[in-house]
Design a protein around this ligand. Sequence first.
Ligand code: ZN
Length: 196
Amino acid sequence: MNAHVSAGNASIGNASIGNGFPALVLNADFRPLSYYPLSLWSWQDAIKAVFLDRVNIVEQYDQAVHSPSLVMKLPSVVSLKTFVKPSTHPAFTRFNVFLRDRFSCQYCGAREDLTFDHLIPRSRGGQTTWVNVITACSACNLRKGSLTPAEAKMWPSQMPMQPSVQHLHRNGRLFPPNYLHQSWLDYLYWDTELDP
Ligand SMILES: [Zn+2]
């Protein structure tokens, strides 16, 4: 997962940064506000929230922002002061479909060259929803073409469904995001290791 941060031209020390230094956002119970995607704010938004008294700073980066009247370390982890009810339904995103299907073709099990297949093809009225979109490799996707599973005699290893947050969370432990700042790890999965 990209720790994507909106661009800003503020300077940190002498280094100008366009992105970087995102803050992990925890709910008031110290769980991430969301896992998929991981709840991250730009450092600008994190600092704004600190001054609006909406969050507590839990951990900090070594880098600081300087203004004429202030030097402040950038927050790397913040927690909301008010508990927000977490959503129970994960967002319907490409990443979450891959995650539900454990990044494997649901027809042949391949783990490379993955794309998406509509169980009932779009040309036959199939919709782009949790229950009709599955992970498939390009070869299977091509082979199935605009046929239904019965016509193609191609059945997915499991029928697609809308996953729960817990379901994605279980799978997510197998596929942690690429970039996890060290200060976040205590608030994520117990068994996530930091990239070397
Ligand atoms: Zn395949």
